[in-house]
Design a protein around this ligand. Structure first.
Ligand code: SF4
Ligand code: SF4
Ligand code: SF4
Length: 324
């Protein structure tokens, strides 16, 4: 009997999700016995044309990490959708845009201007920017187009399952792999291997529901009590608006949750959920005082939507098209 065919792909990604696959440790050995890995650009030299040559639905499972930020990312998402029976959005970037989607706070023009002109170490007096096509004696060179907006995977193709996390923890990766291998698949559209509550529910730090805060500290400005809730000590923690599933990895070691498991079940906009939850712990009902307290949070959009901007109601700020 032929083995299930598995593919891994990275689009606009940092590479961490590729390493996370290897976090399954020794289990990689039975996995490599049980499946044929047919495409994994990070680890194997297989060309895009080899994927194009495959039959439709030939790949049984594709774990796709990274957001959609370029024409190449979109082309590969569409190609792998066509060639895969099961397409999984793997990691925060594929699920919600992740860190790359913070680019949606700027326009493409602003990003290119900053990168190729303004950065002090750049010397580019002729204002040369990357071109999607460039003629050389040998022919036309092509580069992918950088999109003005970063998208989630399911904003460009149909997605079967979601595995959140930046990156997902090893047990989640294993859960999706074994579910496919054993034919024990949950309902299409499910979030696989993550919890149904919020990070606070798994957090071992002691909470006092009555405690209110009158200001925020950045982590380097305070030595917190290691046994008590960080938020109640004035350290911004996104656990109040983030799906459980990582066993509260960060607050367990004294670091605030940054929200990488995305919105809890039933919540679409994680940033809005966090803002509303913060509202309930701030010790004032005076709008000016509330503003003073909230002003102590640097870059609120970047913090509240650190992973979920592309998947939010806000989605992005202005666009190049609008500015033109
Ligand atoms: S989800 Fe996190 S680890 Fe995975 S590609 Fe995105 S930034 Fe990297
Ligand atoms: S430290 Fe963060 S995750 Fe833990 S209980 Fe407080 S708000 Fe929730
Ligand atoms: S505690 Fe928060 S930031 Fe840390 S791994 Fe869990 S969901 Fe992600």
């Amino acid at each position: 009997m032929s083995k299930p065919k598995v593919a891994f792909y990275w689009a606009a990604s940092c590479g961490g999700c590729e390493i996370a696959v290897l976090d399954i440790g020794d289990r990689i050995l039975p996995l490599s016995e049980a499946v044929d890995i047919v495409f994994w650009p990070c680890a194997m030299d297989i060309k895009y044309d080899d994927v194009r040559a495959m039959e439709d639905n030939e790949i049984d499972l594709c774990l796709f990490n990274g957001a959609i930020r370029t024409s190449e990312n979109e082309e590969m998402a569409k190609l792998l959708r066509k060639k895969s029976k099961i397409l999984v959005a793997y990691g925060s970037c594929a699920n919600e845009g992740g860190i790359p989607a913070l680019a949606n706070l700027k326009t493409r023009k602003e990003i290119l201007e900053r990168t190729y002109i303004e950065i002090p170490s750049v010397d580019n007096p002729d204002r040369i920017f990357p071109q999607t096509e460039f003629e050389v004696p040998e022919g036309t060179l092509e580069l992918p187009e950088l999109y003005d907006t970063v998208y989630t995977l399911d904003q460009v193709v149909d997605v079967d399952y979601y595995v959140p996390g930046c990156p997902p923890v090893a047990d989640q990766t294993w859960a999706v792999l074994t579910a496919v291998l054993e034919g024990n698949l949950p309902e299409k559209g499910s979030v696989v291997g993550a919890g149904t509550k919020i990070v606070c529910d798994d957090c071992p730090l002691e909470r006092d529901e009555e405690k209110k805060i009158s200001g925020f500290f950045r982590p380097h400005e305070i030595i917190p009590d290691p046994d008590k809730c960080l938020l109640e000590q004035g350290i911004y923690c996104a656990g109040i608006g983030t799906r459980a599933g990582c066993e509260a990895l960060c607050p367990t070691v004294g670091m605030p949750c940054r929200g990488c498991y995305g919105p809890p079940p039933g919540v679409f906009d994680q940033g809005a959920k966090i803002v509303s939850a913060l509202g309930s712990v701030i010790d004032s009902e005076d709008p000016e005082e509330v503003n003073r307290i909230m002003d102590q949070i640097p870059c609120p959009a970047g913090l509240f939507y650190r992973f979920g901007l592309a998947n939010s109601i806000l989605r992005r700020t202005t666009t190049d098209d609008y500015k033109d």
